[in-house]
Design a protein around this ligand. Sequence first.
Ligand SMILES: Cc1ncc(COP(=O)(O)O)c(C=O)c1O
Length: 395
Amino acid sequence: MFENLKPSKPDPILAIMGLYREDKRADKMDFGVGVFKDLSGNTPVPKAVKEAERRLLEQQTSKAYVGMAGDLAYNEAIKRLTLAEAAPGDRCVSLQTPGGSGSIRLLGEVIQGSAPSAQVWLPTPTWPNHGPTLSAAGLTMASYPYFDFASQSLLKAQMFDTLAKVPAGDIVLLHGCCHNPTGADLDMADWQRLTDMALSQGFVPFVDIAYQGFGQGLEEDAAGLRYMASRVPEMLISASCSKNFGLYRDRIGAAIMIGKSAEATQAMRGALLARTRLSVSMPPAHGAEVVREILNDPALEQGWRAEVDAMRRQIQSARQSLADQMRSLSNSDRFDFIAQQRGMFSTLGLSDAQVERLRDDFAIYVVGGGRMNLAGLRPDQAAPLARGLLAVMED
Ligand SMILES: Cc1ncc(COP(=O)(O)O)c(C=O)c1O
């Protein structure tokens, strides 16, 4: 019965991780995998998470089902963290999901259930799972220009020209902050212009925010989407707690929807719950409980915010040290963008051959197009990384 199944294509990032593990060179460096790493190469569990888990372990008396809507206090807390005062009261619903990925899929299914012919406009480039996940929900993708690797700059004119043609009822996907894979973000003027376009053209913004706190700060990183959320009639937001709470494997995120009216929003809530029922039935509890504990205890929240600030500072200083090395070794300022971009990723626009040469000749592991996760770059690695990059780029 299953003879028609085709072998699935190996995930390129997992394949690179395998090669890295087998590499015997002592000076090998991994910039491929998309998780935060501290300077010893570990992906830490934040102290606030450990403390919340300790409390949960003591308090938990049952593992009975939590219900389709998950943890109601979490649903409110994550809405507050993402939208703060911009959450439009009874026009906003927030529902716990298994990771940001679970949220994207769930929101895709809700769109499909209501407007199956709506196209989703994705930036080029974007996180490689956006298209496949939303297509699996039955939607059709379109694309708009976003970033040019050669000049390492946003293609704003082309982006706005293309988006000006998006019809009413289509969806425009935007990265809330720390664009993956380019590290190049929209500024407030762009968010304002996109808000005006959504209002006049009638398209629906869908903001994916997976790195809140890793760019400029927890509040700053959400400023653009908050501006938009307080003005547009309808909007979708997918939030992930994987990176900023370090809860990757616990799979916790949220699907947030803004509706035209309280009634319409109730219908959205119903659709979110019905779709959840048909897939996972009920979301997993642990990650939501941890985040709820942290965000509902001012002391714990303050400690967590300081930990996010420290992660961001580490990323920023890694970026600065690589940019400094590139400047002094290349005798030019053309790599200064590395320090200006935000979040864990920059992508140099390398060919497959250059990526392979980096790996073979310099034991430097990056993924497709030369996407580098700079979070775990140690100060002593900045010079050898810069030397390798310049060698493969200048040949
Ligand atoms: C842009 C973007 N969105 C969503 C996700 C999903 O994150 P998760 O499902 O692990 O919470 C990621 C993860 O890498 C991402 O980079």
